[in-house]
Design a protein around this ligand. Structure first.
Ligand code: ADP
Length: 485
């Protein structure tokens, strides 16, 4: 297959039933380097029929895997964790190449993503039901937790490894088999993971990976099949809605990790330096291409100018370039469409009266780059406040009361992550309770943690990944009524 020599095992086929094969008719699609549009690899382009064959393999492996010892499942995950740790540099390079983020950030993703395997290696042996006396004493109630069965796991391009491991980890731990459909823009890391999990001892058919450029046809075919019991999706809200509708006929269990529009609130009593540090993390992690990215900065009038100046100074000094080049802080966005969409939101905000403090355009070099941008006095109704920017742009709005800040923060259909900077404990409690978000970061710009339940409410979806909750998404409950004896 054409393309460069890439780090990692370099297999670009479909991974089905423990082996590599071509797609139906030998179909392929190309994966591009977002920094310059060059071809990185040509990958097997799975058809709906290929996906059904992957489900055949997942279904065949199901009974034995469901009955396997939890400790064995945990040990496989733990071995995979160790293997990934020993190959972290190679995987980071691969993530950086296909997704664009800097190698340093990609190393961070490998470390973070890998922790899901360690966490769920530990959770595999803590699956338990309960035994209880019926309230009237006349019977006993027993609950049994069972793996839900074959799952379809659909991942996005922004974290090619971590968005996979936080589904694969709990699915394996629970005793489920699966078909993984990685994002067509970044399928290579998942293919490398398939090899690593095999090396770690995962039996054939438990994990199947089917890249495709025809996602809709594939999910329709799989979700029409009664053997598929669960869909876990991370991606955009419109596709999430479509999958929810699609699940109606067969009533698959769903986990939906959808878009965000995170508010980042800075109060007058905040440590402004710490808020700027937090803003850099919450905004610039992954070039802003994260569903948890701070999307709307809401800053109290007393500190808004100082916060904006400091943030603009830090943002303006970031070096934009290829993710693999030394000294680079900000890689390319995923594709030309992303650059166009970010720029349209920025020009719209300026048209609505916002002041451009830094950035506001693509740099003068080819590739999908955009300069880190800060906008001040953004009008609350500007489109940039209603949409996920998914780029390195910080729009700042100014508020004067806590009540106004909360109202504006909650004025969105999304409800994934929110950030608050304040030194007032009572206010922190009020905010944690009144912000309609699945996750609230207090005086920190980084909330993702494999031990915590990650997930949203409202149009950001439902279900939780990571934490004690993460494995619940892959378990069913059978309640057994017993006599008192
Ligand atoms: P983004 O806009 O971030 O690319 P998408 O929601 O389009 O987000 O994509 C996230 C993932 O969902 C990708 O793996 C993509 O291929 C997949 N996807 C898109 N449309 C569908 C669909 N109809 N059925 C299943 N997966 C889909």
């Amino acid at each position: 297959m054409p393309g460069r020599t890439l780090p990692g095992p370099g297999r670009f086929g479909l991974f089905i039933g423990g082996g590599w094969r071509e797609a139906e008719g030998g179909a392929t699609f190309t994966v591009l380097d977002p920094a310059d549009g060059s071809v990185l690899a040509s990958v097997a382009d799975g058809s709906a029929r290929d996906a059904i064959e992957a489900l055949d393999a997942a279904d065949a492996a199901r009974p034995e895997w469901a009955a396997s010892a939890p400790r064995d499942r945990g040990e496989i995950l733990r071995r995979a964790f160790d293997l990934i740790r020993s190959r972290a540099d190679e995987l980071a390079e691969l993530i950086s190449l296909e997704m664009g983020k800097t190698v340093a950030e990609a190393r961070g993703e490998v470390a973070y993503g890998n922790e899901f395997l360690r966490w769920f290696s530990e959770e595999a042996v803590r699956i338990h039901g309960r035994w209880m006396h019926a309230p009237d004493g006349a019977g006993r109630l027993l609950t049994i937790r069972k793996p839900i069965g074959p799952c379809l796991l659909i991942t996005p391009w922004n974290f090619p490894m971590a968005m996979g491991t936080r589904k694969i980890g709990p699915a394996i731990a629970a005793g489920c088999t699966m078909v993984v459909k990685p994002a067509e823009l970044t399928p290579l890391t998942m293919l490398a993971l398939a090899d690593i999990l095999t090396e770690a001892g995962l039996p054939p058919g438990v994990l199947n990976v089917v890249p495709t450029s025809r996602a809709a046809g594939m999910s329709e075919a799989l979700m029409a099949d009664p053997r598929l019991r669960k869909v876990s999706f991370t991606g955009s809200t419109p596709v999430g809605r479509r999958l929810v509708r699609q699940s109606a006929d067969r009533l698959q269990r769903l986990s939906m990790e959808l878009g965000g529009n995170a508010p980042f609130l800075v109060f007058e009593d905040a440590d402004v330096d710490a808020a700027v540090d937090g803003a850099m993390l919450a905004k610039m992690r992954n070039m802003g291409e994260a569903c948890t990215a701070a999307n709307r900065f809401l800053v109290h009038a007393d500190v808004a100018r100082r916060f904006a100046e400091q943030l603009a100074d830090r943002m303006g000094r970031l070096i934009v370039g290829r993710g693999q080049d030394p000294g680079v802080d900000v890689g390319p966005l995923i594709d030309e469409r992303a650059v166009g969409s970010v720029h349209r939101l920025v020009t719209g905000a300026v048209r609505d009266g916002a002041r451009l403090v830094t950035g506001g355009r693509a740099p003068e070099r080819p590739g999908c780059f955009y300069l880190p941008t800060v906008l001040l006095d953004v009008h609350p109704d500007s489109e940039i406040n209603g949409q996920e920017i998914f780029g390195p742009v910080a729009p700042i709005g100014v508020f004067s009361t806590e009540e106004e800040a909360v109202r504006r923060a909650n004025t969105t259909e999304y409800g994934l992550a929110a950030y608050v900077f304040t030194r007032d404990l009572a206010r922190t409690v009020r905010l944690a309770e009144s912000l309609e978000y699945g996750m609230v970061g207090v005086n920190t710009g980084l909330i993702s943690n494999p031990a915590a339940p990650f997930g949203g409410m409202k149009a950001s979806g439902f279900g939780r990944e990571g934490g004690f909750e993460g494995i619940e998404e892959y378990l069913e409950t059978t309640y057994v009524a017993l006599p008192a004896g």
